[in-house]
Design a binder for this molecule. Structure first.
Ligand code: CU
Length: 186
């Protein structure tokens, strides 16, 4: 190989490297742009504060004991929904909520990482053991939404589905009368 050949080879390598460097910057820029667009357009954003839970004692005491899961009508008229994901189901399996009402969904996992997605809404979160996902929701109209686990969680993952039943506000108030928590399972 001559001196000139060597020089040409170097120039070619430098050009290719520069091209790839530019391409990787463009890809990063594109991903940041997508995240920004989704954040603004679909109001998808990370939770404001970190809350923890202990998966080992989840079923024994505290907010996520079984008798506390489901929808609760709060004194201010809003609704709080508490749910847990475990291999391979959600508890409650069917969530009932009113339309046109501010709802806070609070959920966590009892074992491995699960996902919670409510079809037709911007609710799409991971349920990480040890942490509480806290999300605001509001449904415009009554209807039914499927709620699959969207995070591969093991051999039975594909069978992990829940349901959200949105009912008329007045119907929900009637259902909730005299009851501390509601689900559409019982
Ligand atoms: Cu799962």
């Amino acid at each position: 190989m001559t001196e000139t050949d060597h020089g040409v080879g170097e120039a070619v390598a430098a050009r290719i490297e520069r091209r790839w460097a530019i391409l990787s910057i463009v890809i990063v820029g594109l991903l940041v742009g997508m995240a920004t667009f989704i954040g603004i357009h679909q109001a998808t954003m990370p939770q404001g504060r970190v809350e923890t839970s202990d998966p080992k004692t989840l079923h024994l005491s505290g907010e996520f004991v079984e008798s506390n899961l489901g929808s609760t009508l709060e004194a201010d008229g809003s609704v709080t929904v508490r749910a847990i994901g475990q291999q391979y189901s959600f508890t409650p399996q069917c969530i009932v909520v009113p339309a046109e009402t501010p709802i806070t969904l609070r959920a966590t996992s009892a074992d491995v990482v699960h996902g919670l997605l409510i079809e037709g809404t911007n609710i799409n979160t991971m349920l990480v053991p040890g942490y509480v996902a806290d999300l605001p929701i509001r449904f415009k109209a009554p209807g039914e939404h499927v709620m699959p686990c969207q995070e591969f969680c093991g051999i039975g993952h594909q069978g992990m589905w829940g349901k959200v039943k949105v009912v008329d506000k007045a119907a929900f108030t009637k259902l909730a009368a005299g009851r501390r928590r509601l689900t559409c399972v019982d």
